[in-house]
Design a protein around this ligand. Structure first.
Ligand SMILES: [Zn+2]
Ligand SMILES: [Zn+2]
Length: 213
């Protein structure tokens, strides 16, 4: 279907124009005068992109108390993924596999209590074990861990051991490992949740879903 060129006076001319829909509405851009890069074109930053991957992993968590997702990244490439839950081959937490989580759901213990009896692996630990299982080297100190919750002390110990020097987190875990992070010359960045909410809204079914052509 020919479209009327918005800038030239040549009349209907599909050859010099193309349509873009990334803002949610179709706009005609004339190739002859398009301002490169296209204004209004948007995509997540690296940090946002990898946190979205962690959010995606979180959906697969089998723990009924809390859902967490984590990914390990080096040089803008995702090396490993993890979510929290009982070990493979053990009954899922939501199926009654973890006695401690049952007690927590029953209100018999408080948040943070009885963690030494919890059978659920942390998301960060599972991402680290993903590296171990598949023989992936996280590198000599330039890897980043994205996690939907700031890591506990135990996971932080393991993470800095495999070479993670940057943590990007969305929420704060009650246990504070910030001193270890500092001692290991690593850093923690807290990410703005609004940004993740925004990108989630652009996904299929979201409130600002990008139309598919
Ligand atoms: Zn659990
Ligand atoms: Zn942990």
């Amino acid at each position: 279907m020919p479209v009327m060129c918005a800038v030239s006076t040549r009349g209907p001319d599909a050859a010099c124009c193309f349509m873009v829909s990334y803002t949610g509405a179709y706009t005609i851009i004339c190739r002859a005068v398009a301002p490169w890069p296209l204004s209004g074109f948007e995509r997540p930053s690296w940090d946002e992109y990898f946190m979205l991957q962690a959010e995606l992993a979180k959906l697969r968590s089998n723990c009924m108390v809390r859902k967490v997702g984590a990914v390990i990244v080096r040089d803008h490439r995702q090396l490993a993924t993890g979510y929290n839950g009982t070990p493979p081959g053990v009954k899922n937490c939501f199926e009654g596999g973890c006695e401690r989580c049952i007690e927590r759901m029953e209100g018999k213990i408080r948040s943070g209590e009885g963690l030494d009896r919890c059978l659920c692996n942390h998301a960060e630990a599972n991402a680290i074990m993903h590296c171990a299982i598949l023989g992936i080297g996280a590198g000599g100190g330039n890897a980043t861990m994205y996690t939907t919750f700031s890591p506990c002390l135990e996971c932080t110990k393991m993470a800095v051991t495999i070479g993670i020097r940057r943590f990007v987190c969305l929420d704060t875990y009650p246990e504070n490992a910030s001193k270890l992070v500092k001692d290991a010359s690593a850093s923690i960045t807290m990410m703005d949740k609004e940004k993740i909410t925004y990108w989630a809204s652009r996904m299929p079914g979201g409130t600002k879903e990008v139309p598919v052509r």
